[in-house]
Design a protein around this ligand. Structure first.
Ligand code: AMP
Ligand code: MG
Length: 334
């Protein structure tokens, strides 16, 4: 397929492709998404194909006006309304009961649907012009780091989709927080830059963090066996081409261990890349993490050594969720 690389002024052309059942990759404030008409099962099927994505993995539906959530879900609780008022447009996906018209293909067969209104003018205009909600997972090949820059998308999807809408680099850099509000207790299914604390402050209610987010360390040195709680956790996620190890512990020791392992590996003839963020610079870490992985892949390093961030539930925790997956839970504790 001949992929059109479109600039911002070609937004109507991009929207027409989506309207006609095609695929367009586009920027949002979190990461680039690969979009299709969310209400057209055939179009959504092509997204799974282009990404090589397992079909039980649900997609997030993007809308341009908050009130459009009414097309997708039969009822809005007071908490949902409060969350929308506080966080939309923005990087918070709400998992709600779905209406019948939302295809199984879009929800991975679940009776709920993930919905969000992105905080990106370009994304909002694309949805408006397309005239339909847009289902969009991250615009990378399944298993690879999420794309935060147009060149990352081109690298993965050129020749596989009708068009790539080029925009600015993504401001946030990691995917949205996913909050399940379809049941009694609001539950974080995926951490992001909107934290449990932010959500609790808005709704005045305790938020639960899915315990699976804490116990997903299959190769942890503790020797505990890993039993995946959801199918997605079996697959490799966000993985760079290089081998990757996360060094966890006290900051000074982490820095020393990275130096030691780097020197050791270089002596063995390996090309080594290092990811070590400023202490407590969690927002910057979120912004840079996927881009650094892709840059190191382009430099063809053999090994990536990454320093763990010390944060148990905030933005740093969200970055660590991605970092541990990228490394296949290959952790060294110091
Ligand atoms: P991606 O589109 O690549 O950002 O991935 C979307 C993620 O959102 C999925 O892997 C799920 O973790 C989550 N998600 C979307 N819809 C639902 C839903 N209905 N129920 C639970 N999780 C969802
Ligand atoms: Mg993804």
């Amino acid at each position: 397929m001949n992929t059109k690389i479109l600039t911002e002024e070609k937004i109507k052309e991009a929207a027409a492709i989506i309207k006609n059942g095609g695929l367009v990759a586009f920027p949002t404030e979190t990461v680039y998404g690969l979009g299709a008409n969310a209400l057209d099962p055939e179009a959504v099927g092509k997204v799974y194909e282009a990404k090589g994505r397992p079909s039980d993995n649900p997609m997030i539906v993007h809308i341009a006006r908050a009130s459009d959530i009414g097309q997708l879900t039969p009822r809005l609780s007071p908490d949902i309304v409060t969350l929308i008022e506080n966080f939309w447009p923005g990087p918070l996906t709400l998992v709600v009961k779905r209406k019948k018209g939302v295809p199984d293909r879009t929800t991975g067969g679940l009776d709920t649907v993930g919905v969000r209104m992105p905080d990106s003018q370009l994304a909002l205009e694309l949805i408006e012009w397309a005239g339909c909600p847009i289902a969009a997972p991250s615009a990378n090949l399944s298993g690879k780091p999420s794309p935060t820059r147009a060149e990352d998308v081109i690298e993965d999807l050129d020749g596989k989709v009708e068009a790539i809408l080029k925009g600015p680099d993504c401001r946030v850099g990691i995917e949205s927080t996913v909050l399940d509000v379809s049941g009694e207790t609001p539950t974080i299914l995926r951490p992001g830059i909107i934290t449990p604390e932010n959500i609790e402050a808005a709704i005045g209610k305790k938020v639960v963090v899915d315990p699976a987010l804490y116990v997903n360390r299959p190769r942890d040195v503790s020797g505990e066996e890993f039993k995946p709680k959801s199918p997605g956790m079996k697959y490799k996620h966000y993985a760079p081409k290089a081998d990757m190890t996360v060094i966890e512990g006290n900051r000074d020791k982490v820095q020393a261990e990275i130096e030691r392992l780097k020197a050791l590996n270089e002596r063995l003839g390996n090309k080594v890349g290092v990811i070590l963020f400023e202490e407590k610079a969690f927002i910057e870490a979120a912004h840079d993490f996927f881009a650094k992985l892709r840059d190191l892949d382009r430099q063809e390093v053999d090994l990536i050594l990454a320093g763990a961030l010390s944060d148990t539930d905030g933005v740093g925790f969200a970055v660590m969720n991605r970092m541990l997956k990228s490394a296949g839970y290959n952790i060294v504790k110091v």
